[in-house]
Design a protein around this ligand. Structure first.
Ligand SMILES: Cc1cc2nc3c(=O)[nH]c(=O)nc-3n(C[C@H](O)[C@H](O)[C@H](O)COP(=O)(O)OP(=O)(O)OC[C@H]3O[C@@H](n4cnc5c(N)ncnc54)[C@H](O)[C@@H]3O)c2cc1C
Length: 430
């Protein structure tokens, strides 16, 4: 069989797209390089991922090995604490998400794509520059490895941060504002008595921030710090993570009896969005197109959503769309515009957390509510703000003009009687 499409990469973006397209009757081939490490970031999901799981009929499988995630708590080095629960979010989404053992989640997506008819080949695919009608093509060796005698009609880059097509074609990318490095590992006996069970905890530390993601039988703990600050923490990733766990006031008590049960993984240079995400004969899906930042966990949602957008804007027209370069280009143009809007919206929301604005808003809100308790409208305002911020963090209202405008307006005009955002900001190095 000559596939209609070959997808390079069997991560969440590649396997989700394979499943959605197989459901629509496309002949899909996926190259899986089987290089996935045992430990992978992307363990905490937002509620907006759940509709895609339901659509693929895999939510029960995911639920069976995952931890229910009711929300996220933010702790600040100054002692402030904000608890977000997905309970009061927009009705369009479930009021929870999952913390997932990531390799198992990737396996479930792949398994479902295979059930729906996608074919997977274990091979590290290689590509080379093509011509004006097919800008990039699989090498002969890669075609042979998949037993193909003809080239697939379309290629999808889902190779994640490898950005295989962009690198081959020399397509640049815009980097983000931060120069952080992340170190993380799994732990046993790390105290995590936050209620309700499954609550993810983000701590704003003396330098940078940390995540604590409860998983069945273990806790995933990561620190995200400026590269220069990291150098002062020790020489190796292990020493650096260890240093933070011993010295950061928000972590050291909880980590006192903790035992690390995995190696420490390092991630760096991850904030970037490609200058171009499609061309004749190809398109890039998931991280290979762009990734904003780990704060608020938008990554897997964006991987799944980019697959869904490709389906909606391009492939819903059926396999015949592959015969029309104009329809393909117009469809991917529309999908890419939405992806840019998503990235920009997440970036704006995440910035409110990095620059301290959310904490100042929260302090204003709690003091105001305490002072005017009992006044009509106060409880409404408080619930209204909480609902919009939680709904933005859940993926439901992230792009909504009204929600974004509300937060920006409140920050600009309504901060009163509170510490300025700078006091709450995630500090740069030095
Ligand atoms: C520090 C950090 C923390 C994060 N935390 C979270 C979080 O809590 N929640 C969240 O949702 N997201 C998180 N993310 C982001 C998330 O991990 C990614 O957005 C997500 O994995 C993207 O999925 P993907 O399918 O696009 O790429 P990937 O998951 O990278 O998958 C790409 C796949 O392609 C394969 N591949 C590469 N090259 C080839 C080739 N030539 N041939 C065949 N296969 C190939 C790879 O082996 C891999 O399996 C985090 C990211 C960072 C940096």
């Amino acid at each position: 069989m000559t596939p209609d499409l070959a997808i390079l990469g069997a991560g969440p973006a590649g396997s989700t797209l394979a499943a959605l397209l197989a459901q629509r009757g496309f002949k899909v081939l996926v190259f899986d390089d089987a290089k996935r490490p045992e430990l992978l970031v992307g363990e905490s999901l937002v509620p907006a991922t759940v509709p895609v799981m339901r659509r693929l009929g895999i939510e029960d499988r995911v639920k069976a090995y995952s931890q229910h995630k009711p929300g996220v708590s933010f702790l600040h080095r100054s002692g402030s604490r904000i608890d977000f629960h997905f309970g009061p979010i927009a009705k369009s989404l479930p009021t929870y998400a999952y913390n997932i053992p990531r390799p198992q989640f990737d396996d479930t997506l792949r398994e479902r794509a295979e059930e729906l008819g996608a074919r997977f080949v274990t091979h590290r695919a290689a590509v080379e520059k093509g011509d004006s009608s097919r800008e990039i093509r699989l090498t002969d060796e890669t075609l042979a490895a998949a037993g193909l005698t003809e080239h697939p009609r379309f290629l999808i880059d889902a190779t994640g941060r490898a950005r295989l097509f962009a690198r081959t074609l020399g397509i640049g990318a815009k980097s983000g504002e931060r120069s952080d490095v992340a170190y993380f590992a799994h732990f046993e006996d790390f105290d995590h008595d936050f209620e309700p069970a499954g609550q993810v905890v983000i701590s704003i530390l003396d330098h940078g921030w940390s995540w604590r993601i409860p998983l069945p039988g273990r806790l995933s703990v990561g620190i995200v710090i400026h590269k220069d600050a990291a150098k002062t923490y020790g020489d190796t990733p292990e020493e650096r993570l260890d240093h933070a766990l011993k010295h950061e006031p928000l972590l050291r008590d909880a980590a006192r009896n903790a035992r690390r049960i995995t190696p420490v993984m390092t991630y760096t240079n991850y904030q970037l969005v490609s200058d171009r995400g499609h061309g004749p004969g190809w398109a890039a899906c998931g991280d290979s197109f762009g990734f904003v930042d780990p704060m608020l966990s938008p990554g897997l949602f964006m991987a799944l959503e980019s697959a869904r957008l490709f389906e909606e804007h391009v492939f819903a027209k059926g396999p015949e769309v592959l015969d029309s370069p104009d329809l393909l280009a117009a469809g991917f143009e529309a999908a890419e515009a939405e992806l840019h809007d998503w990235h920009e919206s997440w970036r704006e929301l995440i910035r409110h957390f990095y620059d301290g604005g959310i904490f100042s808003l929260y302090e204003t809100g709690t003091k105001f509510s305490a002072r005017y308790r009992g006044w009509p409208g106060i409880a409404f305002m408080e619930n209204h703000m909480t609902k919009h911020i939680a709904s933005m963090a859940s993926g439901a209202f992230t792009r909504r003009k009204y929600s974004r405008g509300l937060v920006n307006f409140m920050r600009q005009h309504m901060l009163r009687d509170c510490r300025p955002p700078e006091d709450y900001a995630v500090l740069p190095a030095g």
